[in-house]
Ligand binder design. Sequence first.
Ligand SMILES: [Zn+2]
Length: 325
Amino acid sequence: MNPESHVRAPSPIPVDDAVLPFEVGALDLRGRLTKLGPALDELLTKHDYPAPVGKLLGEAIVLTTLLGSALKFDGRFILQTQTDGPVSLVIVDYQAPNRMRAYARYDAARLAPGLDSAELLGRGHLAMTIDQGPDMSRYQGLVALDGGNLEDAAHEYFLRSEQIPTRVRIAVGEEWRGGEDGPKHRWRAGGMLLQFLPKAPERARQADLHPGDAPEGSAAHVVAEDDAWIEGQSLIQTIEDVELIDPDLSGERLLYRLFHERGVRVFANQPVQAKCSCSREAVSSMLASFAAQDRADMVKDGKVVVTCEFCSSVYEFTPQEAGVE
Ligand SMILES: [Zn+2]
């Protein structure tokens, strides 16, 4: 290998629970690829979600990983859906550089077999909140969830809010691998975010997906998309779910498979982990912020018990510790 060229073969070693940033200079594309294994499994199995709910929450976790991992310093990215479907609430909280927690609220009685993620969500909205710390303003983007899935909502969000041509692919699957006592169930997932960032902004014009309510007969507003972005979109569409989930296919190999004709440059992997940020101190100060009567109402069998909805940690307080008079 020529040390001057900075070119090497793609690593065959798969890296789970990490985000791999990459760049395809020839097409002005940048992106991030993630493969999630044990961290995803921990987030989902802690709650013992029914499989379709686990899959939907897994999709939200992949999307959050792709977006949250772009944050600098101690930022925070929160993805939240509120909808009228069997899964009424999904929340994924990403704290830079690498901590993530998640949960979903669902109505078990409405979980009919065969419902896909879009049907589980129903209609409502998706909110994405970026909090870059106390000195920065908080940003929130909202998109309607209108019978589509999270990939659709992400595309709508980027088209409306960021105006950066963006495509997202998300896949979540269940893996059964042999252990000594028979095959073990594990959740796995993967995803890719691809963005077109040309130096000349006019090249980033996008065709409007929804012409809206233009009067009938009026000429459609036709925007020709840039050839490089057309190529990028057609490449990301060729990724199969199994390639994103496959524990034996490294992210570098997958990127090479897609972009080798144009040349792809990868950056250092960023690890992510399942880790809740709750603590006894945080719960205690939350209790202190409640009205005295609400605190008093929480006393059961002589104690106040608070369970973290994200990680199911249980915090017990005496009425005195909880500030009950
Ligand atoms: Zn917690």
